[in-house]
Ligand binder design. Structure first.
Ligand code: ZN
Length: 130
C-alpha cells in the first residue's frame, strides 16, 4: 500500500515534524504489525528521525548541517543549490519504521522530520508498507 501527502515549507532550510501524517497513513493502511517506508522523492530534501520533544535539537541539526555544507558560488552545479543536494545525500531520502499493534515503534523522544534544504516549496512525502 502507498500513500503520499504534501508538506509546505516556509524557508530555505526547515525541519518539519511529519510524525502525525505518517501515523495517519499507518491507520489508513490498517497495518497492525510490519513496517513502513517513508520516502522523500526530491534531490534537495531528506527525511530523518530524531528528537521531537525539544525543537532546539532539529534547530541545531539544521544549523550544523549549514555550517558543514555552506552555500557557496564555488560548486560546479549551475543551478546554485549544490549545498542542498549535498545535504540531501548526507541525511538520506528514506527511513524504515517498524509498526507494532498499529503504532510506530519509537522511543519516547523520537519523531520523523521532513528536511527542507532548498525551500520554500511544496514537497511530497510517500509512505508505503513493506
Ligand atoms: Zn540543483
Amino acid at each position: 500500500m502507498l500513500k503520499s501527502f504534501s508538506v509546505r515549507t516556509r524557508s530555505r532550510t526547515q525541519f518539519v515534524n511529519i510524525t502525525p501524517e505518517v501515523e495517519e497513513a499507518v491507520a489508513e493502511f490498517g497495518l497492525t504489525d510490519g513496517a513502513v517506508l517513508v520516502y522523500v522523492p526530491h534531490t534537495t530534501a531528506a527525511v530523518t528521525i530524531n528528537e521531537s520533544a525539544d525543537p532546539d535539537v532539529v534547530r541545531d541539526l539544521n544549523g550544523k548541517l549549514s555550517e558543514l555544507v555552506p552555500s557557496s558560488p564555488n560548486y560546479f552545479h549551475a543551478e546554485g543549490n549544490s549545498d542542498a543536494h549535498i545535504k540531501s545525500t548526507l541525511v538520506g531520502c528514506s527511513e524504515t519504521i517498524l509498526v507494532r499493534d498499529g503504532a510506530l515503534v519509537f522511543g519516547t523522544w523520537q519523531g520523523i522530520f521532513f528536511c527542507e534544504f532548498d525551500g520554500p516549496r511544496t514537497r511530497r512525502v510517500v509512505v508505503g508498507t513493506l
